[in-house]
Design a protein. Sequence first.
Length: 424
Amino acid sequence: MLSFQPTPPLDTVPAPPLHFADRTHQMVPSETRALFSMAAREDVVSLAGGMPSPEALPAQALREVLQEVFEAEGASALQYGSAQGDPVLREQICQVMAAEGIGATPDEVLVTVGSQQALDLVTRVFVNPGDTVVTEGPTYVTALSTFAAHQARVVEVAMDRDGVVPQALADTFALLAAEGRPATFFYTVPTFHNPTGRVLGADRRAEVLEICRRAGVLLVEDNPYGLLHFGERPHRALCADAPDGVVYLGSFSKTLAPGLRVGWVRAPRAVTAKLVLAAESAMLSHSKLAQRAVSRFLDTRSWQGHLDVARSLYRGRRDAMLEELAATMPDGVSWTVPAGGFFVWLTLPAGLDARAMMPRAVDGGVAYVPGTGFHTRGGGRNVRLSYSYPTAGQVREGVRRLSDVIRDEAAGGRTSRLREAVAR
Ligand code: PMP
């Protein structure tokens, strides 16, 4: 005789267990993101986030540009686009790169969702789990997250005031090759580096390219800040002198608006072909509307004029930060002097720990990013300060507050305890 088991009601069946893939185990919230809630308090001056200034975002012009895109292109602006990106925009991106000496063609370019996605796709097409990626130490925090998400091993190379130290890079490549785990690529932010603000010296550029070429290591050049220079001319990109050995990442996030999420990667054709396939599986195609808006902005508005305004705004804030640092910081504190971009990298006196100091800094009304977030290990005495978002007045106030906190810490917290006692 057949017997039927009664089917239990669906709401009593437990949800499926969540067996996350191995790669998720290395995905951890970035140090910067964890700090945003602290830094968002109204009484806190945030020198933490590296966001563009609201005054440098051309909201009115983009509103008009979007309207014009709809008038000129109608519903086609709302269609799917090609996986490689809008052909007209790719032409324009080649002109943008020409300012830094790169002679690229549109078929070498893939438009991406910010340069962050470009970095993810590059890592996806080159890195197997366990492969080694070499970076500057310190390096861009979310690049570390990307490499972790792809289960890469990250090896850092020391920097000095002129960027990555060539001999240290060559030694690292040699050591990795001898270990039988050669570097898959060298990831570098050579111009207005995040987090240090440094620039790879002109004479070092050829040396770094030669070291990579001799070691057979691809170079990934991430350059979102290059056009935000405070001097006369932009630096010549590494990619300009070795296009067949360099994958170049660019972005309109800092030079136009991050909310558009338009960046790109330029690579040798064989690499671009793979990246296009990876992009297709990741997103089908980039937002056509966003691409058409950027393209029309570049075509019909003065982007150069906009860049000049942004440069002078950031330069003023950088000056405010440097002047206030010089006026208020106690002995034993040192910092970098950026010639462009968004960041100053501060080193605390021996014995102080930037991460441990953070809650006291927030109590003192200032937020920053502790250096540890930018390293696989180390960086405890470092602080990343950004002058891009707060006004010059806020920058000065933030630095004054920070110097009070550092003085206090260096004195073993005595000053603030004394103040508290007096206030009681
Ligand atoms: N690279 C570096 C060095 C950055 O600082 C940033 C943004 N903070 C990015 C890449 C990503 O920028 P986006 O995706 O907005 O282009």
